[in-house]
Design a protein. Structure first.
Length: 474
């Protein structure tokens, strides 16, 4: 019977070429401009308006990768990428993801691939142990961990579960009829605002808590806002604390916030974003003080733990609150394993039904590096960022805006906002490095985050010299 599929032998041959292409890319990645230099629509206009009627050769496809796709790539894996937060990867992660793609598993319930579920459970317990998380977050206790796509999804999951707990699980049945109120800081990630909208809470019921001089949430103001809302007949139900805010890596005082949440019976969600990875190192775990008071905790291995996008890890202290919120069991999903109650069906732990086998790449990463290897590279990145901060501090032309707790340095040239924006854009336009900006206290602040897999001290030093020499041109 005729078919158009690749044979295993053809796949083997082409697959080897792709692996070689990826290896060559990493060997030559510094030859590319870090920030793509193309103009809007340039890539789209280079592509045919209609799909090919007949299949094309692998050679043609790879030629187009090189000539049409690569010019439009911003090279997140470049050692000179210092923008946003990193989204780093590693060869073990790539290989693990390749096997996951090859297996083509859809792990929505235990029965559809027991290994996908049970490896995920074990790997999340490994991570919890590596970070010394409280017992309630382990699968053998009342809670456990699950892999989400991003921290945005974890935020939405936490908000919905908190909503249901606050309404006695009536929100799912009758809709939200109470005036539920949530609390975030002025530095909390925008995904929380989106989650509040999507969960039907309403943006008018989201309170913004002021921050201190280190851009961390102020517990005293949080407590005051909660009291005010209760007096006005509102129902406080959710707080998000952040372990490393996006703009400045500000770290909220989890224990003080957690004590307020425990006293007022509010759900506390802790967003570890990038900085959660650093909790693998004992010397940084003081930032996580009070995590035992949290109802949920999340961070992204796809940011700083050498695991390619997407991979977010999310723990809860009481998994039944998730399951009671998200579980729907249509006839076509009923099976003996689920009915026995002896297995986890992770579809009940979040919004989506379908699930990729993400645990495989995380398993590859942890087994390749070991705890020791991960700690080493995290410490190297922090050390390089601290050294960069020292150069800024010693310079007469630049100033540190915050004292960096980990690997993000917030700084600015003393000549003002317009100059800083011109400087950043000019450096990025060279293609030799890429970094970004934010605003803190109304002023433009430059952000340089050290977290790429292959970044070495020489890359950080070269970027600092490039920034200084570019500033001298204006």
């Amino acid at each position: 019977m005729k078919n158009y599929h690749l044979t295993p032998e053809e796949f083997r041959e082409q697959g080897k070429q792709v692996i070689d292409w990826i290896a060559d890319y990493y060997e030559n990645i510094e030859q590319y401009p870090v920030l793509s230099q193309v103009k809007p629509k340039e890539i789209e206009n280079s592509l045919p308006e209609s799909a090919p009627q007949r299949g094309e050769s692998f050679k043609q496809v790879m030629e187009d990768i090189n000539s049409k796709i690569m010019p439009g790539i911003t090279h997140w894996q470049s050692p000179n990428f210092f923008a946003f937060f990193p989204s780093n990867t590693s060869f073990p992660s790539i290989l693990g993801d390749l096997i996951s793609s090859g297996l083509g598993v859809q792990g929505m319930i235990w029965a559809t691939s027991p290994a996908a579920t049970e490896l995920e459970t074990r790997v999340l317990d490994w991570l919890a142990e590596m970070m010394r998380l409280p017992e309630k977050f382990f699968s053998a206790s009342t809670g456990g961990g699950v892999i989400q796509d991003t921290a945005s999804t974890s935020a939405l999951t936490a908000v919905i579960a908190a909503r249901e707990r606050a309404t006695g699980f009536n929100g799912n049945r009758k809709g939200v009829r109470q005036n539920l109120v949530a609390y975030v800081s002025s530095q909390t990630h925008s995904s929380l605002e989106k989650a509040i909208k999507m969960a039907g809470i309403g943006i008018d019921n989201l309170r913004i808590v002021d921050v201190d001089e280190n851009f961390a949430m102020r517990p005293d103001i949080l407590k005051s806002l909660i009291s005010e809302d209760k007096l006005n007949g509102n129902i406080p139900f959710f707080v998000c604390a952040t372990l490393g805010t996006t703009s400045s890596n500000g770290i909220d005082p989890i224990r003080k916030i957690g004590e307020i949440c425990r006293e007022e019976n509010l759900w506390l969600h802790v967003d570890g974003a990038m900085s959660g990875t650093a909790m693998i190192c004992p010397e940084f775990r003081h930032y996580l003080d009070g995590i035992e008071l949290a109802d949920s905790f999340t961070f992204n291995p796809h940011k700083w733990m050498f695991t390619n996008f997407d991979c977010d890890v999310f723990w809860v202290g009481n998994r039944n609150e998730l399951i009671n919120t998200f579980s729907i069991l249509p006839e076509y999903l009923k099976n003996k394993a689920t009915e026995s109650g002896a297995v986890f069906d992770y579809r009940d732990w979040h919004v989506q039904l379908g699930r990729r086998f993400r645990a495989l790449k995380l398993w590859f990463v942890i087994r390749h590096y070991g705890v020791e290897g991960l700690q080493y590279h995290i410490r190297q990145h922090v050390s390089m960022a601290q050294e960069f901060a020292g150069w800024v501090k010693d310079s007469k032309d630049y100033e540190l805006v915050t004292i960096p707790p980990l690997n993000l340095v917030c700084f600015r040239h003393k000549k003002g906002d317009d100059f800083n924006m011109q400087l950043m854009n000019a450096v990025n336009d060279t293609g030799k490095a890429y970094f970004t900006h934010t605003k803190l206290n109304g002023k433009v602040v430059l952000r340089l985050c050290v977290g790429q897999t292959h970044t070495e001290e020489k890359h950080v030093k070269q970027t600092w010299e490039l920034i200084k020499s570019t500033a001298e041109i204006f």
